[in-house]
Design a protein around this ligand. Structure first.
Ligand SMILES: Nc1nc2c([nH]c(=O)n2[C@H]2C[C@H](O)[C@@H](COP(=O)(O)OP(=O)(O)OP(=O)(O)O)O2)c(=O)[nH]1
Length: 232
């Protein structure tokens, strides 16, 4: 199976470069899976139908090395012209992810919080604005000036759920929102006897692994479902 690779070195964190790769890959291909530092997608059009794109980010001392590879079943599409155009797609993705991630360095951040209890994730249903009312998301919100991400996790969960959350480690890559903000997910732990209540949302659900796709998530959260499943 032919494989072509292109690389670039980005001066941005690996999770942000992965987020940039997701954004670029989703414009050209169908996302197949997203992990912390790896994106897989399938190209939808001939002559690349069934060609697989893999974008991988690795943090190094010099920056984040982004590697974009294309693999496809050889044969008719294995002509020199195709190899050249595949290489140019891989190169533009790697270079594009580098440029986009570096431009996103100062982007505002929205934090989301994954709270797991009894192997269920807490999701909340938006009440407003009308464009997203009824869709589901993780507790959280915008990081305000002067706050750390952890401060925002704590404040937003207190405001939205009335519980004290202990912010934990990162989950998944950054996801670029249509507004240009970055959605950034953290684990959060609540006391065993705490009972979250929906103060600003229509409702709450504790979702089991097999229920995660029963609700209609905001588009950015849908991209992260693979990463959430891994926590259950
Ligand atoms: N809290 C949260 N927001 C999310 C998630 N996924 C996602 O796309 N978003 C988007 C929805 C909103 O456009 C934005 C967060 O806005 P928000 O309304 O919850 O937070 P906020 O009160 O601090 O924001 P703002 O209205 O003051 O700008 O991020 C998620 O899982 N959790």
């Amino acid at each position: 199976m032919p494989v072509l690779r292109a690389t670039a070195l980005a001066h941005a964190p690996a999770r942000t470069v992965t987020g940039a790769l997701i954004e670029l890959a989703a414009r050209r291909a169908h996302l197949v899976s997203v992990a912390d530092f790896t994106v897989e997608a399938l190209l939808p059009r001939e002559p690349f139908r069934a060609a697989r794109l893999t974008g991988q980010c690795a943090q190094t001392a010099a920056g984040t090395l982004v590697t974009c590879s294309f693999s496809w079943v050889g044969g008719v599409v294995d002509a020199m012209l195709t190899r050249t155009s595949v290489l140019s797609i891989a190169t533009s993705l790697a270079e594009g992810a580098k440029a986009r991630a570096e431009a996103l360095a100062d982007a505002p951040v929205v934090v989301g919080t994954v709270i797991v209890r009894d192997r269920r994730i807490l999701a909340q249903q938006r009440a407003f604005p009308d464009s997203v009312a009824g869709l589901w998301e993780l507790p959280g919100g915008r990081v305000e000036p002067g706050e750390t991400d952890a401060d925002a996790v704590h404040r937003e969960c207190d405001e939205e759920l009335g519980v004290g959350v202990q912010p934990g480690e990162r989950v998944g890559p950054d996801v670029v929102l249509p507004s240009g903000k970055l959605l950034r997910i953290y684990r959060g732990t609540i006391p065993a006897d705490a009972t979250p209540v929906a103060r600003e949302h229509k409702g709450l659900r504790w979702l089991r692994r097999d229920e995660l796709t029963d609700v209609e998530w905001l588009p950015a959260d849908r991209i992260l479902l693979d990463c959430l499943v891994d926590l259950l």
